[in-house]
Design a protein around this ligand. Structure first.
Ligand code: ADP
Length: 546
């Protein structure tokens, strides 16, 4: 027997309609590429998103067509989020930090029909425009006064011109909630980037879960600063969450340095910010150097890479900002786990609490996880046994766009499909998952695993170290041994011996790296993660006799 409740499709457009109707005068503030601060409201955003839907229609965009964006976090990008998906087309956010050849490949693979871009990326667009065979129009996200001249790009349009000549009368169409709404390619550190195609339903369900108190905990009383880019995994869903709960949004645009972020946090009274550890490092350095403090910031969610306990400690104990450590991936829309404490953890002492919060956290409702041992057997949730992490749920990828790379799922004995994350993890009795490594970055010494993340976290806690990466180096006797590649704080002095002595008593002796190499900088990928494959290439023979 079916239930007798109304059927209403879960559609992206419903979010902006809700935000307009119930929070119409709530602000969206953006630092613009043009240099100034722009402010308007959800009502304005909704009106311009409707104009955008009409503009796209006039450009020949039809449902299911892909429309690319190369843009920072800002109000025009937000209008595209709703204009493109709302009309039934697919918003394809492109990571501008990828190599130009990869971007050209992605645009071609996605068959983007129109490509919107911020002026920052004009040089990039110039180099790839000739190779983007499917793109019928390029749109510079600016006004007439800032339009670049003599670009050599055929069919270059101006965003504000396009909106100006489009009516704001538009009724969002109703369609099947399983329709695709957005496309995001993984960074592709190995092989070609693979496209993850989100649906309206998966995105809406993800939004409900992300807003929950033990997830991002967002409300109409919040002012949210998403520093995580809208060009990668939809800024962790924050542009959707803000509409659902009616929170004020503050977009940093291209200003991602410590000073620019701090000024925005203070000026707009930000209560909640989201970003990867590398971005927060810059902000914390700025505060420390200037002897500054936060006056309104209450919470920050840190993810995308492991949050070093030292950073967690500085935020919480130094500045009174609660840290939520989260884990996810492009294939998970991206939220999988988040480190919100349970009632019994509130009584923990500062060190135990910090240790728990350094784990990647508990699964949000909707995400099932399990860890498997080397023979595929399911491992206990004892906080010690570590194995391959698999997940499933309504916002987990089922297949990559155009079947790239084949079916990624592993089918279990009950015929359920599980997505292998490529991460190695433990899960404790409270359900807190902890990533010990990426499977491809694992260090296997004498047949036993060493957690590179744990070693990196410890190194980052040394006052003279700015950042560190631990990699597997080939070894005559043990096959592999850990090698620490470290970057010193500006002006700081520390020797390899001093750094290694710092590990004493903190980890098993045989986990201690065999050597330390100091470098000026570690290579970072397009999403701010250390490119360990490059470090391995450079240093994998370091421990071998020459
Ligand atoms: P990419 O496109 O580079 O794969 P993703 O954002 O999809 O970018 O990266 C997902 C991966 O990032 C995860 O599989 C995991 O290895 C790593 N990751 C994400 N969050 C965390 C975290 N909090 N701690 C450790 N690793 C993380």
């Amino acid at each position: 027997m079916n239930g007798l409740m109304l059927q209403k499709q879960l559609l992206i457009s419903s979010l902006i309609v809700h935000a307009d109707r119930h929070h119409g005068d709530t602000e969206i503030v953006s630092r613009r590429v043009e240099g100034d601060i722009h402010r308007y409201t959800f009502r304005d955003c909704h009106r311009r998103a409707r104009q955008m839907a009409n503009a796209l229609t006039s450009l020949g965009i039809r449902p299911s067509d892909r429309v690319g964006t190369l843009a920072w976090n800002g109000y025009r990008h937000m209008e595209l989020y709703y204009g493109i998906s709302g009309m039934g087309a697919v918003m394809h956010t492109i990571n501008p930090r990828l190599h130009a050849d990869q971007i050209a490949y992605i645009v071609d693979h996605a068959e983007d029909q129109v490509l919107f871009f911020d002026l920052t990326f004009l040089p990039l667009v110039k180099t790839i425009a000739g190779r983007c065979k499917t793109v019928k129009a390029f749109v510079a996200m600016t006004d007439r006064a800032h339009m670049p001249l003599d670009t050599g790009i055929a069919n270059l349009l101006c965003y504000e011109d396009l909106l100006e000549r489009s009516s704001s009368t538009y009724v969002w169409p109703n369609f099947d909630e399983d329709t695709a709404c957005a496309l995001c390619y993984t960074s592709g550190t190995t092989g070609n980037p693979k496209g993850v195609l989100y649906s309206h339903r998966s995105s809406l369900l993800h939004t409900f879960a992300a807003a929950l108190p033990d997830a991002l905990n967002c409300s109409a009383r919040d002012v949210i600063l998403p520093v995580v880019p809208m060009f990668h995994v939809n800024a962790w869903g924050i542009p959707y969450v803000a509409c659902m709960v009616g929170a004020k949004l503050v977009f940093p645009g291209p200003g991602l340095d410590g000073q620019a972020l701090y000024e925005l946090v203070e000026a707009e009274q930000v209560t909640f910010a989201a970003g990867v550890p590398t971005v927060w490092q810059g902000l914390l350095t700025w505060l420390e150097q200037g002897g500054l403090n936060f006056s309104t910031l209450k919470r920050t969610v840190i993810g995308g890479a492991a949050c070093p306990p030292a950073m967690l400690h500085t935020f919480q104990d130094g500045y009174g900002v609660e840290v939520l450590h989260a884990w996810g991936m492009t294939e998970l829309s991206p939220l999988g786990t988040i480190g919100a404490l349970k009632a019994r953890h509130l009584a923990l002492g500062p060190e135990d609490r910090c240790a728990l919060q350094s784990k990647q956290g508990r699964a949000v409702f909707g995400v099932d996880m399990k860890i498997l041992g080397e023979n595929g057997q399911e491992l206990p949730w004892d906080g010690v046994s570590s194995g391959d992490l698999l997940v499933r749920g309504p916002w987990v990828v089922r297949n990559y766009f155009r079947n790239e790379g084949g079916n990624p799922l592993r089918i279990d004995a009950d015929a359920h499909g599980w997505f292998p994350t490529g991460d190695i993890a433990t899960i404790d009795a409270d359900g807190f998952m902890q990533i010990t490594d990426r499977s491809k970055d694992v260090i296997k010494s004498g047949g036993e695993w060493i957690s590179s993340i744990e070693i990196e976290n410890l190194a980052a806690a040394h006052p003279a170290i700015a950042s560190a990466a631990c990699i597997a180096a080939k070894h005559m006797k043990w096959d592999e041994r850990p090698l620490l590649v470290a970057v010193k704080q500006p002006g700081a002095q520390v020797t390899a011996e001093e750094l290694l002595a710092f590990f004493e008593g903190k980890i098993a002796k045989w986990w201690t790296p065999d050597a330390v190499v100091f470098v000026d900088a570690v290579p970072l990928g397009a999403t701010g993660k250390v490119l360990k494959n490059q470090l391995r290439e450079a240093f994998q023979d370091y421990l071998l006799p020459t």
